[in-house]
Design a protein around this ligand. Structure first.
Ligand code: NAP
Length: 360
């Protein structure tokens, strides 16, 4: 058995980790921490956890576990803090020899000045940006296995880049892309805010951060890298318009991405069948990314670590349109974090993540 710890267990992503780890066959949760619940039992904070395990089963998470101020010694820690607070915690954990999967944005961007520009915060450990590995198994599987610090991707970004990486890696689209991404309210976390009150969100849809969202530099970084690694560098030509929308649902992200297809020397662009095949081949061996032949629904992903990708070609405009969806708290956060931790610990990537969506 491998011990894991959850930092900021009172967060939505922390609670989702508890739910997933309760079914994990190898990991067990040895400690949980959160400043607002110190000294309480985990089952007091989240009474639904009393349903975990029973007299004859091994409890991977014990509802009687006391919430502490600081994580205890463990093999792997999942850090579910907001950015800035996360970096401070990660630093302490790494100095104690603990491997870390950080769910915040603090170690996702490789360039410290880009981080400081977008997050308006002086990075406390810029030297770690060189060694932190971006936790997208579909791209960096080998490096994740030997890392000490994994930067778990953002939820919107995971949906968007999984939709676009095959096209960039094959150099079949122009580097001007529009991403229209919609997310459920849990994407904003548990902290109270006027914009996420029931009366504000219910029966409402709105766009936000139209002049530039913090996830944009992460999308740019990863699409540039995919194009470069695929032998079709885009360099300074990449222009991404990313517009997130808030939707009145609890979980889920649906990203619709648009890009012009590149004509070949005869002025011909790939057909819908060719694009579908390209995507299907690209993700052929991926356990959690499924290329489908109809527009996917967020409900297909509710509570599961799966992502559905649907590429089509608009023959009238010679444009590629890709729809991608996932559960922001699972493939967009806690599930992806477990996938990374599995890899980090030499386990099959799918361990403990086999469940399909709750539907309807
Ligand atoms: N929600 C998502 O869908 C999602 C997806 C991908 C990534 N993420 C990232 O994952 C991290 C956690 O997100 P979340 O949505 O799960 O968060 P959340 O529900 O808003 O919870 C935030 C947690 O951080 C703690 N906290 C807040 N400020 C703190 C501080 N200054 N010092 C110590 N503890 C502090 C809170 O603890 P108290 O109980 O003590 O207040 C709470 O446990 C964030 O970095 C977020 O960007 C979230």
């Amino acid at each position: 058995m491998i011990s894991v710890s959850i930092v900021a267990v009172t967060s939505y992503t922390g609670l989702e980790l508890v739910r997933l780890l309760a079914q994990h066959p190898v990991f067990y949760v040895s400690s949980v921490s959160a400043r607002s619940a110190v000294g309480k039992q985990l089952g007091e904070v989240f009474p639904q956890l009393h349903a975990i395990g029973g007299a004859n089963t091994v409890r991977r998470v014990d509802p009687a576990l006391l919430v502490t101020e600081e994580p205890e010694q463990t093999d792997v820690a999942f850090v579910c803090l907001p950015h800035a607070a996360a970096a401070e915690s990660v630093l302490k954990l790494l100095t104690r020899g603990i491997k870390v999967v950080d769910l915040s944005a603090d170690f996702r961007l490789r360039n410290v000045s880009v981080y400081e520009e977008w997050y308006k915060h002086v990075h406390p450990a810029p030297w770690l940006l060189e060694t932190a590995v971006y936790g997208l198994c579909e791209r960096y599987r080998e490096r994740i296995g030997s890392a000490a610090l994994i930067a778990n991707p953002s939820c919107h970004v995971t949906a968007s880049i999984l939709a676009l990486i095959p096209a960039f890696a094959h150099g079949v689209i122009e580097p001007q892309v529009i991403i229209d991404s919609k997310s459920g309210v849990s994407g904003a976390g548990r902290s109270l805010s006027l914009t996420t009150h029931y009366a504000e969100v219910n029966e409402d849809v709105s766009a936000y951060s139209l002049t530039g969202h913090r996830h944009l530099p992460e999308i740019v970084q990863e699409l540039e890298a995919a194009a470069r690694d695929g032998g079709h560098p885009v360099d300074d030509a990449l222009r991404i318009t990313f517009v997130p929308h808030l939707i009145p649902m609890t979980r889920g992200i649906l990203a619709t991405c648009y890009a012009d297809l590149k004509p070949d020397v005869h002025g011909r662009v790939p057909t819908a069948e060719e694009m579908y095949k390209l995507y299907e081949q690209y993700y052929a061996n991926e356990p959690f990314v499924h290329v489908v032949n109809q527009a996917p629904h967020t409900k297909w992903t509710y509570g599961s670590n799966h992502c559905f990708v649907y590429p089509i070609v608009d023959a009238r405009t010679h444009r590629l349109v890709v729809v991608s969806c996932l559960d922001n708290l699972v493939k967009g956060a806690a599930g992806q974090a477990v996938q990374n931790a599995n890899r980090l610990c030499g386990l099959p990537e799918t361990t403990g993540l086999s469940s399909v969506a709750v539907y309807p």
